[in-house]
Write a protein that binds this ligand. Sequence first.
Ligand code: FAD
Length: 412
Amino acid sequence: MTKDSYDLIVVGGGIGGSALATVMARAGKRVIVLEAQDAFQDRVRGEWIAPWGVIETRRVGLYDTLMAAGGHHLKRHITYDESIAPQEAEAAPLPLDMILPDVPGPLCIRHPVHCETLFTEAGKAGAETLRPVNVTKIVTGDAPSVSFTHNGAERTVHAPLIVGADGRMSPVREAAGITLHQDKPHHWFAGLLVDGVENWSDDVQAIGTEGDFGFLAFPQGNGRVRVYGGYALEERSRFAGPEGAKRFLEAFRMRSSPNNEAIANGTPAGPLFSYFNNDSWTDQPFAKGVVLVGDAAGWNDPIIGLGLSITYRDVRTVTDILKATDDFATPDFIAYAEERAERMRRLRFAAGITSALDMEFGEQARARRESYHRRAAADPMLKMHGVAVMAGPENVPPDFFTDAHRQRVLAG
Ligand SMILES: Cc1cc2nc3c(=O)[nH]c(=O)nc-3n(C[C@H](O)[C@H](O)[C@H](O)COP(=O)(O)OP(=O)(O)OC[C@H]3O[C@@H](n4cnc5c(N)ncnc54)[C@H](O)[C@@H]3O)c2cc1C
């Protein structure tokens, strides 16, 4: 092996890339990680890992690392709505520590801290971790290589496999000629980190919809809360401009969720970014000499906050295949592609129901939510999309991912 040849080249040192590099370096492989950013920034990305994602962090041996870096479990969930009295909503919180055995609830960790921790861990495990790099050429096929500049020097590295963990725009996906399919945007989704949120329990997450705004709130500990707000596609500029963050926080004042006053009175602790929420997928997240993980392979609509859990499962599945493949043999990623396709189909379905219920506005949508909440109280089967989100899509029978079920949920 020459100094520029490796077992794996990982493009992207975020969650997927650094987690995968850590696992494979710990398994004794020669890994190089190429990250574009000098320092990880708050890009308004996920802080919330679902209970089934927590299990994946354990299976890849990274749970303790995340907890040591400030990981924080949430214990209760409250759903507010303009059709429910706040006292009624608060009287029936969902216990999040009882969803899966031995999982104390969803896990929150600040995204830049999460990336930095994993990037450092990959280095500690023996991977060569470089940043900032500017990737200039990616060659896939029989003799994969990546050319880049780092510290003013040009280099080309070679390996039998390139891992594309380079996010939504994925240059690796493009170089491999893998097509990304996307569905239509459903709503705008803006996020902001807020400090000084007083009297909001550190272990209670909440969602709610009132008027023309739907919110989600995930406490990070010590009075800091990551909040998101959804609004109609026609309102593109609603929170634009220098006063945007202030207007965004004002939108949290809701009669149906009086505790939101604490959020509205908080102080922005990061940028306010808006994304249009949609879902995307690839038919096959691999090609000769390339495999994609995380957002590069297609992302789920962030309305159900599963990108991190999805990425950890990708990492676990791909690394299991790589570890079981003999040196010099070609890894077979078909089982990964099949499992991922069905997983993403089911999660697309769960996100579609959630968006229709929580992020549509106006009288008809309000009446539908009211009907849903009344019927779901009597028939918990109508909440199975939520079980897929929390416990994992494979833990819900296939019948719940059908048009007939969607019609039952959204009836009225
Ligand atoms: C508004 C919003 C809210 C979200 N909330 C949640 C949530 O609460 N929970 C959740 O689970 N998920 C959430 N997600 C999704 C989650 O953030 C992503 O699914 C997750 O970050 C994917 O990880 P990744 O490693 O695949 O990609 P990324 O986190 O995008 O990392 C990709 C890395 O590759 C690097 N890179 C890109 N191009 C190159 C290149 N050419 N060369 C080298 N490096 C490159 C980038 O700098 C980056 O570090 C949210 C997403 C959005 C948009």
